[in-house]
Ligand binder design. Structure first.
Ligand SMILES: [Zn+2]
Length: 276
């Protein structure tokens, strides 16, 4: 099984808000082209620790990336390093902390903002360093990378939902509307990605609370969506009531989809078509 994979991490998106506000993605579910799972974020429910969790399969207390101030390269193999070592092409349009975890730390905007270096784990990158960098522009950066470099694995990581949550809180029209905008941006690109055979995962690192923050163990901070879209997914959990995937299994799932053999990552193959 060798598929191209797009992983979209919508930073700071609470499960219930995704469920209620993302009409395009829910339309895909109603036509059996997508499935939504509720995933529990690992702890602490913070960004950099959970980027590392999603991309390496390691819990923060295992990876050592236990808060946002740990600025260093990851100590673990990641989707990026495993894909690169398998001869695949990797790309990311993402917050600069991704560059710090998998390419070079600390981030140097002049050197790293636009990255093209096949010796790095993220070979092609468009990185940003302002939380209000527009999601709309970020999706265009990602689409540029996709068309220009034809990556096997593309990470897309916009920040505006999290940024809005820090300004207005979980229970705010502004936070909900930022999720609605992300849904619209996705609707501009996902139809082409589906037509071209991509397997697409849309998830988040952590949720948000009404104190305009996150980091702890409240349900609203931990519960995040995981939409899976594409022909390689079974789209059957409602009928068969299978276990929801774990955040630590996303890395292995992406590796399985990419056809990377002999990785040691936990996966959730029950989500895939053809699994028992
Ligand atoms: Zn945040």
């Amino acid at each position: 099984m060798r598929n191209k994979v797009i992983l979209v991490v919508l930073d700071g998106l609470n499960y219930q808000v995704a469920h209620n506000c993302m009409g395009y993605l829910n339309g895909l579910i109603e036509t059996h082209q997508a499935t939504l799972y509720k995933v529990q974020a690992q702890l602490p429910s913070m960004s950099r620790p959970l980027y590392e969790c999603i991309l390496t399969g390691k819990r923060p207390v295992e990876s050592g990336i236990v808060n946002n101030e740990v600025v260093r390269l990851s100590h673990h193999s990641s989707v990026f390093s495993l894909a690169k070592d398998a001869g695949l092409i990797t790309a990311a349009a993402a917050f600069h902390w991704m560059s710090e975890l998998y390419n070079r730390a600390p981030y140097n905007a002049i050197r790293d903002r636009v990255t093209n270096d096949e010796t790095l784990n993220i070979q092609h990158g468009c990185f940003y360093h302002s939380d209000h960098y527009p999601d709309e522009h970020l999706f265009l950066d990602a689409e540029y990378l996709r068309r220009q470099y034809n990556p096997n694995f593309l990470l897309i990581h916009p920040m505006n939902i999290d940024d809005t949550g820090h300004k207005f809180g979980l229970d705010s029209s502004q936070y909900r509307n930022s999720a609605r905008y992300a849904d619209i941006y996705l609707s501009r690109f996902v139809p082409q990605w589906i037509d071209q055979g991509y397997q697409i995962i849309v998830t988040s690192d952590h949720g948000m609370n009404n104190d305009r923050s996150h980091g702890g163990a409240l349900a609203e901070e931990r519960e995040v969506p995981m939409f899976v879209i594409g022909s390689q997914f079974a789209h059957r959990h409602v009928v068969e009531n299978i276990e929801p995937p774990k955040q630590t299994e996303i890395c292995g799932l992406v590796c399985d989809l990419l056809g990377i053999e002999h990785h040691d990552k936990a996966s959730c193959q029950m989500l895939l078509a053809g699994s028992k």
